[in-house]
Design a protein around this ligand. Structure first.
Ligand SMILES: *Cc1c(COP(=O)(O)O)cnc(C)c1O
Length: 430
């Protein structure tokens, strides 16, 4: 939002003031945008036929302030590690609404899930199934399970973020029906573990609603086989996430209302057509919920001209946002210290890390910049902070929620002392 004196505000708070008070790089979240997205999903992901639930994929961005917003709006939560579980537990998130994912959960993590009273474990493989059954028995704790199926769909996106081709490390190939049936037979024998249904996740940053329809069709076909040939009722479909967000002008995601409607309609039609016992449908958005609500504020430092490029250097980079380096993710940005100036210079925004791949944005039109200007990079809410590292011993940035002119620091900036706190010189007795 631009004001008269071209002071850039998010949630009614001046970015200039935030930079002054909190330093840079700074991860800024527009709280109202998050709340609106949560609300949209809850409003539109509803069906007359099924119970529905929206599961936030916490790997996109997780902290206690985020969990509070999720709890307020009755969201479920997808976690993939003991660390994410711990975060949920210590912020009093409702444990029965947690779905525990992952292809290699440790015994300690499965025990943690049982002790915390996690609602659902999404089983990835037969070994895990046996382990969970024995642990649940031992602890005499009940738990629901879904089985992660790999439906073999290649959703249209960068190949490194594609998960459901048949050689993926995730889930069990839909072609291995016997293996899946054997898992379910073991589960059926357990008095503590309850088979609820199947899960799939076909990729990320998906723009084509057809990919989700195809996913539903394939899962429904599989559920029909399980029900009719093996007498195994499949009450739940968890269709995963992958709904796209807008990073640059080239992206046009499926509107949430349309995506929700399409997924549920496909489930309704398939359930009718195949006479399925399907009762519950879940989706697991991460990126589409949080990406656009976040932006990162950097201060511009030195500049450099090479033969064909004009570089501006920022005080962060791949340590706080590895996505461009990891999979050539694209971003848009503005020099918010010069909002009224013409964009005349093709500029490459580079980070301060010791990697030539540490380029945040390649060739974007900006006004001529000066040392000390503020650069705001948009749509950094998902997989930015959560993938942040201490590469080059850079402390991780602070994160702030802004709303109605108020700012609230939700994750403080790391300090050198935080980094130092891990140092030790303890003898290890072998
Ligand atoms: C990553 C992931 C999601 C969320 O994906 P987005 O692209 O962020 O929506 C959901 N479910 C599973 C199992 C995942 O691995």
């Amino acid at each position: 939002m631009r004001t008269k004196n071209s002071e850039y505000r998010i949630g009614g708070v001046s970015c200039e003031a935030l930079a002054e008070k909190m330093g840079t790089p700074l991860q800024i979240f527009d709280q109202e945008k998050i709340e609106n997205r949560l609300q949209e999903y809850q409003t539109y992901f509803k069906s007359h036929r099924f119970e529905t639930g929206v599961i936030y994929a916490s790997k996109a961005f997780l902290c206690k302030a985020m969990l509070e917003l999720l709890e307020e709006q009755n969201f479920c939560l997808d976690v993939v590690s003991g660390g994410e579980l711990h975060c949920a537990k210590t912020s009093s998130f409702t444990m029965s609404r947690i779905f525990f994912h992952g292809n290699n959960k440790s015994q300690a993590e499965l025990e943690q899930a049982l002790e915390y009273g996690v609602g659902t474990v999404v089983l990835d493989n037969p070994e895990e199934t046996e382990l969970l059954i024995s642990l649940a028995e031992e602890k005499r704790k009940r738990i629901d399970v879904l089985i992660r199926i790999n439906p073999g769909i290649e959703a249209h996106t960068h190949k490194y973020i594609m998960t459901a081709h048949l050689d993926s490390k995730f889930g069990i190939s839909i072609r291995k029906k016997e293996e899946i049936v054997n898992m379910i037979r073991s589960i059926e024998k357990s008095a503590f573990v309850n088979f609820e249904g199947i899960h799939a996740h076909i990729g990320s940053q998906i723009f084509d609603v057809q990919a989700f329809r195809e996913e539903v069709r394939i899962l429904a076909e599989f559920a029909e086989v399980l029900e009719k040939e093996d007498g195994i009722p499949v009450h739940t479909f968890d269709l995963g996430g992958g709904f796209a967000a807008t990073y640059t002008a080239e992206d046009s995601p499926i509107p949430i209302q349309e995506a929700c409607r399409a997924v549920l309609k496909a489930c309704e039609e398939e359930a009718d057509k195949r006479d399925l016992t399907l009762r519950r449908v879940f989706i697991e958005p991460g990126r589409s919920l949080i990406a656009e609500a976040g932006s990162t504020l950097y201060r511009i430092g030195f500049q450099k001209d090479t033969e064909s490029k004009h570089y501006i250097f920022i005080d962060g980079g791949m340590a706080d946002n590895i996505r461009p380096t990891l999979y050539q993710a694209k971003y848009n940005c503005d020099n918010i210290s010069r909002l009224n100036e013409a964009k005349t210079v093709w500029t490459t925004v580079a980070g301060k890390c010791c990697e030539s791949g540490d380029i945040l944005i390649e060739d974007i039109l900006l006004p001529p910049c000066e040392n000390g200007d503020l650069l705001l990079v948009y749509t950094t809410g998902a997989y930015g902070y959560s993938m942040a590292s201490n590469y080059n011993r850079l402390p991780r940035p602070a994160a702030v929620f802004v709303k109605n002119g108020n700012a609230r620091c939700v994750l403080r900036r790391e300090t050198f002392q935080d980094l130092e706190a891990l140092e030790c010189s303890d003898p290890v007795e072998i």
